[in-house]
Design a protein around this ligand. Sequence first.
Ligand SMILES: [Zn+2]
Length: 304
Amino acid sequence: MNRSGRKRLALLVVAGLFLFTACGGGPPAQTGDSLNVLATTSIVADVVAQVGGDFVTLTVLLPAGTDPHAFSPQPQDAAALADADIIFANGAGLEAFLPPLLESAGADGKLVEVSAGIELQPLPGGDASTGDPHTWMDPNNVIVWTQNIAAALSSADPAHAADYQANAAAYAASLRALDAWIRAQVEQVPPANRLLVSDHAVLGYFAARYGFTQAGSITGSFSSEAAPSAQELAALEDKIRADGVRAIFVTEASNQSLADQVARDTGIQAVWLYHASLTEAGGPVPTYLDFMRYNVNAIVNALK
Ligand SMILES: [Zn+2]
């Protein structure tokens, strides 16, 4: 497995040297004092980095571009969990691989689910026993993440609680600005065009917040792992034609041949969205804010 997606941010050395200079005496802070935190996805990791700042050393479990629905951990992943002081996961059922991995690492007590407290949406017409795990598709939910992350870091490292709270407040302001920008962008899409069809049911929170309808998906599920029957696929294509759906949104979690077939059969365009991963630094969406701006521009341009 390519582990190049792992990032380690070890900035406490710099912070310690600054402290040494500023105080004019005493030893610099030990890097061993830094919280060693692990995040499952790169999106969770970006928000943890925003809140933790220089006081955390951060490891990302899933390499960039990985579909978390289909992730298979390797033995070294259990070691990474065992080494962490705190394990930040999206939660809400996204990381199906995590419970057995936590058990094998003896790390159950370290888990913090950043989506805790968010009311999960059910799949339209689907099984109500599972909620939609894609909470980050509404930046207002990510404000809840920042609060959960700040609380967990403050509890583990009370000496820097004020820093974590200040970082969380500053990032929440950026998320509110993002929300306002999205509201302005989606005004370009006529109400009749606000129908979202995607490879799997990834856009429920976006739809609910910004006045769209999640009209259907290829897998008919929150997971990219389900496989539709021929009848289900035909019914989706009928709905696309009947409702005048203008695009199908596809992600790294797509069964690309099925998505291409639906687009070809119905004569609509297939439009790429980022789903559950950022890109590496230097790529198109290295941060969550970039990720949302990219996706909103893609949706608005396809449907306006
Ligand atoms: Zn997904």
